[in-house]
Ligand binder design. Structure first.
Ligand code: SF4
Ligand code: MG
Length: 283
């Protein structure tokens, strides 16, 4: 059985020392081993940004896509090879700006993949501009007088779009993050996991200390019921989207693959179709 080490390769990440993305990489590797995967059972698809490099740092199948397009690729990979565990990853700019159309539709489509957003509330790779997650008044090179726009709440968007699994975590909480990724991989549908991942080089506001002061951990919130959609929306709004933990899960809705005409009837929703070149050419 594979261990954490089997998901490591010999490529040294070129993230800045202290970047939150290191912990997310480690959590993915741990979670993959903990759920019993072998490297050949996992595909990691990423977009563009500092976070986009992650597909090259994990020993598994990897695809580094173009900006905002990790989700179309990841969904295609899963539909073509339904035996693979497919994980898409990217930053807040990648997923909530140029890729937002894909994010919303992937959520409501509910294909059985896990999507991790490495949310640092800034554009890191291009040296520090305001992202859709930056707070109103946030000053960067692109908004020297402070951002006029309000920050997007990805949790509210995901819930409104019909997500069947929503979680949020913090790169410093490796135990919680690993557990949530495992739960996301085991969930039979689209799993959305937003992870606060501080950019130590360009974001001097949303620092490790800032997150520690502002996070509301659901593990310390008694009587929270993640199957209750109304409770989830209320709590998200009450806490200004600063919740961490499993926020919402609907296990009753089956994933997209099970509803594709032909897949379900032939028992093919969770396995691959092998066709010959001759058959393929006739399609
Ligand atoms: Fe991480 Fe920011 Fe450095 Fe990019 S610029 S690697 S997000 S710390
Ligand atoms: Mg970012």
């Amino acid at each position: 059985m594979a261990t954490l080490k089997d998901f490591r390769n010999n490529i040294k990440p070129n993230w800045c020392p202290g970047c939150g993305d290191f912990s997310i990489q480690a959590a993915i590797q741990r979670a993959a081993a903990n759920v019993g995967l072998e490297p050949e059972n996992l595909a990691v698809v990423s977009g563009i940004g500092c976070s986009g490099r992650i597909s090259g740092y994990i020993n598994a199948y990897g695809f580094h896509g173009v900006h905002g397009r990790s989700l179309p690729i990841a969904q295609g990979v899963k539909m073509a090879n339904r035996e693979l565990t497919v994980l898409a990853a990217g930053g807040d700019g990648d997923g909530f700006a140029i890729g937002m159309g894909h994010t919303v539709h992937a959520i409501r489509r509910n294909i059985d993949i896990t999507y991790i957003v490495m949310d640092n509330q800034i554009y890191g790779l291009t040296k520090g501009q305001t992202s859709p997650r930056s707070a109103e008044g946030f000053k960067t090179k692109s908004t020297p007088a402070g951002s006029i726009e309000s920050a997007l709440s990805p949790l509210e968007v995901a819930l409104a779009a019909g997500a069947t699994f929503i979680a949020q975590s913090f790169s410093s909480n490796l135990k919680q993050l690993t557990s949530l990724i495992e739960q996301g991989m085991n969930h039979k549908g689209f799993s959305f996991i937003n992870v606060f991942s501080p950019c130590v080089t360009f974001n001097k506001v949303n620092t490790y200390d800032w997150f520690k002061e502002n996070i509301v951990n659901l593990e310390e919130t008694p009587d929270y019921d993640p199957s209750n959609r109304v409770m989830a929306m209320t709590k998200i709004m009450e806490t200004g989207s600063m919740l961490t933990g499993l926020i919402y899960q609907n296990t009753a809705k089956t994933s997209y693959e099970n509803h594709v005409p032909g897949f379900k009837e032939q028992g093919l929703a969770n396995q691959n179709i092998q066709i010959s070149e001759e058959e393929f050419n006739k399609l």
